[in-house]
Design a protein around this ligand. Structure first.
Ligand code: G3D
Ligand code: MG
Length: 336
C-alpha cells in the first residue's frame, strides 16, 4: 500500500480535496486537528492508498517532519486566491523541501481554488517555486485545481498514480463518432445522483429524464430532430426535462451542442470549460458516481454563491430548490 501526504498551510483546501475522493463531499469546514489518516480504495483499478491529511495550522506544522519520512509522494496545496498568505505558504514549501531531503519523493503542487476571481496561475507560482535550489533535483510538477469544479483533480490522481505505481492510467469519457461529430456517452454534463439525474448545463442543476443515446442513432429514425421534438412533448406532460444523454462537442470552434434543449453553448460563456465539465464527470465516475443529498445541497449552494458573486440574478425556483435540498439533507444524512 502506498502513502500520500497532503501538506500546505491551513485553509488551502487539503481536506476538501481528500473528501471528494473519500466521502464524495464538496467541502469540509472543520479545520484539521493534527494529522488524519484516510484509507481510500479504487476497486475499479485495484488501487488502495493511505492519505495523510496534515493539519496546516502553525502549531501542527512541527508534526510534518515525522510523517513526511513515511510518504511515497507529497501533494502540496496552495490557495491561489490568497495573495496575502503567499509568502507564508512559499516559506513552508521551502521548509518542507529541506525536511524531505532524505526521503526525496516526488512532489505535486496543487494551485487550488482557481475557480475564485483574481486567482493566481500556475505559471506565476511555478516561476516562484523553481528558484528554490532545494527543488533542483526533485521530481515535481504544478497543476491548477478547484475542489468546486473538480478541475485538475483527475490530473492529480493520474500524476500520483503514475509516480507511486510507475504505471499510467486513462479516465476518458467514452464517445462515438457520427457525421464527423463526437457524441459523449454518457454526457459529461450529466450528474447521476442517488435521488435522480441532474443536468449541470449552464450552472443549473435541473432534474432530467434520460433517453438512451442509442435511440438517436436507431436506423429506423431518420430525423433526430423529430425524436427530440416528440420526446420533449411527451415529457412536457410530466413537467420534467428530457436529456438525450449526449453532448456533441466540436473541437474546432469550442462549441458544445446540447441535445437536451437542442442549443449551442459557447464554452467561454459558461463558468467552467469543456475539459472541466468532462473532468467533473470523470471524477463522479471515479468516486462511484453517487453523492448524497448533503453533497447535492452543497453543489446547489455553491452554484448560487457563484451566481451571486458574478452578479447574476437568481430565480425564485433556484432558491426554492436549494431550500428543498436543504430539507432533504437534514433527513438524509445517514446516506453520507
Ligand atoms: P485545509 O484542509 O487545507 O485547511 P479545507 O482546507 O479543506 O478545510 O478548506 C478551507 C476552505 O476552503 C473551506 O471553506 C473549503 O470549502 C474551501 N475550499 C476548498 N477548496 C476550494 C476550492 O477549490 N475553491 C473554493 N472556492 N473554495 C475551496 P469553508 O468556507 O467551508 O471553511
Ligand atoms: Mg484540513
Amino acid at each position: 500500500m502506498f502513502t500520500i501526504g497532503f501538506v500546505g498551510i491551513d485553509n488551502a483546501g487539503k481536506t476538501t480535496i481528500i473528501d471528494i475522493f473519500s466521502k464524495q463531499k464538496l467541502s469540509q469546514t472543520i479545520p484539521t486537528v493534527g494529522v488524519n489518516l484516510e484509507q481510500i480504495g479504487f476497486s475499479e483499478i485495484d488501487f488502495e492508498v493511505n492519505i495523510l491529511d496534515m493539519g496546516g495550522q502553525k502549531h501542527f506544522r512541527l508534526l510534518w517532519v515525522d510523517y513526511l519520512n513515511t510518504v511515497d509522494a507529497i501533494i502540496y496545496v496552495i490557495d491561489s486566491g490568497d495573495h496575502e498568505r503567499l509568502d507564508e505558504t512559499l516559506n513552508e514549501f521551502r521548509k518542507m523541501l529541506v525536511l524531505t531531503e532524505v526521503n526525496a519523493v516526488p512532489i505535486l503542487v496543487l494551485l487550488n481554488k482557481t475557480d475564485l476571481p483574481d486567482s493566481m496561475n500556475a505559471m506565476d507560482i511555478g516561476d516562484k517555486l523553481s528558484v528554490f535550489p532545494e527543488l533542483a533535483n526533485r521530481n515535481w510538477n504544478i497543476i491548477e485545481t478547484s475542489a468546486v469544479t473538480t478541475k485538475g483533480l483527475i490530473e492529480m490522481f493520474k500524476w500520483t498514480y503514475s509516480k507511486v505505481t510507475t504505471k499510467t492510467i486513462e479516465f476518458d469519457v467514452e464517445y462515438r463518432e457520427s457525421d464527423d461529430k463526437k457524441y459523449y456517452t454518457p454526457c459529461p454534463l450529466l450528474l447521476k445522483l442517488n435521488d435522480g439525474n441532474y443536468c449541470i448545463n449552464h450552472d443549473e442543476f435541473t432534474q432530467i429524464k434520460l433517453v438512451p443515446l442509442d435511440s438517436l442513432f436507431n436506423s429506423e429514425i431518420l430525423e433526430t430532430e423529430d425524436i427530440i421534438k416528440d420526446t420533449k412533448e411527451e415529457f412536457k406532460k410530466t413537467g420534467d426535462k428530457v436529456c438525450f444523454n449526449s453532448i456533441f462537442v466540436s473541437d474546432a470552434d469550442e462549441i458544445i451542442h446540447c441535445a437536451t434543449d437542442n442549443s449551442d453553448i459557447e464554452v467561454e460563456s459558461v463558468n467552467a470549460s469543456k475539459e472541466e465539465y468532462i473532468d467533473s464527470y470523470n471524477m463522479m465516475h471515479l468516486t462511484g458516481g453517487v453523492i448524497c443529498s448533503e453533497c447535492l445541497y452543497k453543489i446547489l449552494f455553491s452554484v448560487l454563491k457563484r451566481k451571486i458573486k458574478a452578479g447574476i440574478e437568481l430565480h425564485n425556483d433556484e432558491i426554492e430548490s436549494v431550500k428543498e435540498a436543504e430539507q432533504r439533507r437534514s433527513t438524509d444524512l445517514s446516506k453520507c
